[in-house]
Design a protein around this ligand. Structure first.
Ligand code: PBG
Length: 322
C-alpha cells in the first residue's frame, strides 16, 4: 500500500497538525433573553442553562462571559402582552427597557459587542415579524417600522443590527436610513436564508412571541429550497449587508456551504433554540454525551463554511477553555 491515510491519525500531535477546521471563542455569538424588572433570572424550561434576565442580571452575565472570552452578544427582549400592538410601537420607544439596557451595557461594558434583533414579533400583538392586515403580511409598510426600530437600536449604541424579519428590501432600506442619520459604522448581519422551521419552538416559548394566527411561511423560506437562498444572498450583498446568516444551522449545513461559496462576505450560522434543546434533553436522560455532541455540532457548522456561530452553547464552550 502506497497510501495509508491512517498515518495522519497515528498520534494526537499528528492529528492536531493536520486538523483542517478549528473552533475559537472568537467565532461565537451568545444570544441572551431579556425581561423587564429587577433581579430576575428565570430558566427557560425547554432550554436548560439558558435564562431570561433582567438588565441588572444581564450586565453580570455579560461581564462573566467577557472574562471567559465571549465578546459578542445577541439580545432578544421579552415584552409583556400589554405593551404589544399591531404596529410594534414600543419597539422604537426610547424608554423601552430593551433600548435602555443596550445604552447601559454600552456605557458600563463598552468593549462588549452588542447585536440586536430587528423584527416586529416580540412587540407585535399578532406575533408576526411584519404588519398583519386581513391575514396578509404587508412588506413595504413593515419596512417603515423596521427602519424606526433600527434607528432606535443604533441610537442606543448597538454595534450590529440583525434583521431577522425576512421582508424584501429591508437591508437596503435600513442601510440607507442608518447612513442618512450618521450611523455609517453600524453593521448589518442579515438573516439571509432564514427558514420557516419548527426548530424555533423553545425560542418562541422564551419570548412569548409565537404567531397568534397562521405561520411564517409567506416570509420565512421553504426548507425544501436552496437556490432561493442564493437569491437572498445575492440581494442582501447588493443591498449592503456586512455579514450573511443562515438559520437554522444543523439541517441546513448544505445551505451554509453553498452560500459561503457564492459570496466573499463572512457567513454566520444560527445554531437555534431547538437544536440546543435536543442536545440538552438527550444529555439529561444520559442518552448522549452533551459536551462531546456540542463540540461536534459547532465544528460541523464551521466545517460547512460558517465563520461565525450564534449559539446558546457559547458560554459552556468558553468554560472548557480549549
Ligand atoms: C424572530 C426570531 C426568531 C429567532 C430569532 N429571531 C424566531 C422566529 O422567527 O419565529 C429564532 C432563534 C432560535 O430559535 O434560537 N424574528
Amino acid at each position: 500500500m502506497l497510501r495509508r491515510p491512517r498515518r495522519n491519525r497515528k498520534s494526537q500531535v499528528i492529528r492536531d497538525l493536520v486538523e483542517e477546521t478549528t473552533l475559537s471563542k472568537n467565532d461565537l455569538i451568545f444570544p441572551l433573553f431579556m425581561v423587564d424588572g429587577q433581579n430576575i433570572r428565570q430558566e427557560v424550561p425547554s432550554m436548560p442553562g439558558i435564562f431570561r434576565l433582567s438588565t441588572d442580571q444581564l450586565l453580570k452575565e455579560i461581564e462573566e462571559c467577557m472574562k471567559l472570552g465571549i465578546r459578542t452578544f445577541c439580545l432578544f427582549p421579552s415584552f409583556e402582552e400589554k405593551f404589544k400592538d399591531k404596529y410594534a410601537g414600543v419597539s422604537h420607544d426610547p424608554s423601552n427597557f430593551y433600548l435602555k439596557a443596550i445604552s447601559q451595557i454600552k456605557k458600563e461594558l463598552p468593549e462588549a459587542c452588542i447585536m440586536t434583533d430587528v423584527a416586529m414579533d416580540p412587540y407585535s400583538s399578532d406575533g408576526h415579524d411584519g404588519i398583519v392586515e386581513n391575514g396578509q403580511i404587508l412588506n413595504d409598510e413593515t419596512l417603515e417600522v423596521l427602519g424606526k426600530m433600527s434607528l432606535a437600536q443604533a441610537e442606543a449604541g448597538a454595534d450590529i443590527l440583525g434583521p431577522s424579519d425576512m421582508m424584501d428590501g429591508r437591508v437596503e432600506y435600513i442601510r440607507d436610513l442608518l447612513d442618512g442619520h450618521g450611523f455609517t459604522n453600524v453593521s448589518i448581519m442579515s438573516y439571509t436564508a432564514k427558514y420557516a422551521s419548527a426548530f424555533y419552538g423553545p425560542f418562541r416559548d422564551a419570548l412569548d412571541s409565537a404567531p397568534k394566527s397562521g405561520d411564517k411561511k409567506t416570509y420565512q423560506m421553504n426548507p425544501a429550497n436552496i437556490k432561493e437562498a442564493l437569491i437572498e444572498a445575492e440581494l442582501d450583498e447588493l443591498e449592503g449587508a456586512d455579514m450573511l446568516m443562515v438559520k437554522p444551522a444543523l439541517s441546513y449545513l448544505d445551505v451554509i456551504r453553498e452560500v459561503s461559496l457564492a459570496t466573499n462576505l463572512p457567513i454566520a450560522a444560527y445554531n437555534v433554540s431547538g437544536e440546543y434543546a435536543m442536545v440538552k434533553a438527550a444529555d439529561q436522560r444520559g442518552w448522549l454525551d452533551g459536551e462531546k455532541i456540542m463540540l461536534e455540532i459547532l465544528l460541523s457548522i464551521r466545517r460547512a463554511g460558517a465563520k461565525i456561530i450564534l449559539t446558546y452553547f457559547a458560554k459552556e464552550f468558553a468554560k472548557l477553555n480549549l
